[in-house]
Design a binder for this molecule. Structure first.
Ligand SMILES: C[S@@+](CC[C@H](N)C(=O)[O-])C[C@H]1O[C@@H](n2cnc3c(N)ncnc32)[C@H](O)[C@@H]1O
Length: 278
């Protein structure tokens, strides 16, 4: 009997997600992108930041508005605000000590954070590089940079795979360009532990002395079931790697980082981590 009940509830859940919720999501712009393989793209995340609902019919508009107000989406916009606060604080500290701020954002998507910083500190001593392998996100970011009048001298987009090209190492090897901030947001949740450890090690090697590594991670996600049941990335199901702060703390410490600060948001979803190469 217990087995029968389990089978019925699985069947019911499958119908609910695959036939009802999925079809509703297909009517909304954010939902459609998220179920048709573009869930983890930079431009899909930028859609959450822009927070302007759009649908293919009035019901789709309503579904889009609901999706954009899900706790996980609110948490994602809140992550952007917190990242910008941390970056702005670092830029101000660099200014006071007469340093040019040099930022690399790996897996930048549309480069939204660097666009924010370039606008906030227009005409000031800031040079930033945004790296991503997705053509559409890069093009979108370049168009935004034009729209916001952000010159290429303060924000340069580079298309490349942050692993295959060892891009971080390349930046570290530059003669007169060594980043004092490296940002990696929305990257570690898609990669396994070994790759995540590589990212931390490469960031350490590439950073200038005194530089800061800023990245995010997820402990949990209030939309986890919805994402796993019907969300799709270019690689397949929208399944993330969830990790506890201690994983990061231990590895950052082992690698040699100091001043490790890890915060948790009010949704118990995102951790924001900063660590310094002294
Ligand atoms: C979830 S989005 C995050 C975008 C942005 N960093 C943000 O926080 O909004 C993940 C981004 O990582 C990029 N990405 C994933 N793996 C990458 C890799 N190996 N090299 C370059 N970009 C990568 C994807 O193209 C996508 O734009």
């Amino acid at each position: 009997m217990a087995n029968f009940n389990k089978k019925i509830s699985t069947l019911f859940e499958d119908v609910l997600y695959q036939k009802i919720i999925r079809n509703l999501l297909l009517m909304s712009k954010f939902g459609r992108q998220s179920v048709l393989g573009e869930a983890a793209t930079g431009y899909n995340f930028d859609y959450m930041y822009q927070n302007k609902p759009s649908g293919y019919n009035p019901l789709g508009y309503l579904v889009d508005s609901i999706l954009l107000n899900l706790p996980s989406v609110q948490a994602t916009r809140n992550r952007r605000n917190n990242l910008i606060k941390i970056l702005s604080n670092e830029v101000e500290n660099n200014k006071i000590s007469g340093k040019v701020t040099m930022i690399v954002d790996v897996a930048c998507g549309t480069g939204r954070y660097l666009l924010d910083i370039a606008q906030l500190f227009k005409g000031q001593a800031i040079e930033t590089v945004a790296v991503d392998y997705d053509k559409k996100s890069i093009r979108y970011g370049q168009a935004l940079a034009k729209e916001y009048d952000v010159p290429e001298t303060s924000l340069r987009f580079v298309r490349g795979n942050v692993f295959r090209l060892s891009l971080l190492k390349k930046f570290g090897g530059g003669i007169d360009w060594k980043p004092n901030i490296i940002v990696a947001s929305g990257l570690t949740v898609y990669i396994d532990d070994n790759k995540s450890i590589d990212v931390m090690k490469n960031a350490y090697d590439a950073l200038d002395d005194g530089g800061m590594f800023l990245f995010d991670s997820q402990e949990n996600n209030p939309s986890r079931k919805l994402m796993e049941k019907i969300g799709k990335t270019k690689e397949g199901a929208w399944v993330l790697y969830y990790r506890k702060p201690n994983f990061w703390r231990e590895w950052l410490h082992k690698i040699g980082f100091q001043d490790i600060i890890i915060s948790r948001d009010q949704w118990n979803m995102y951790n924001l981590c900063t660590a310094r190469k002294i």
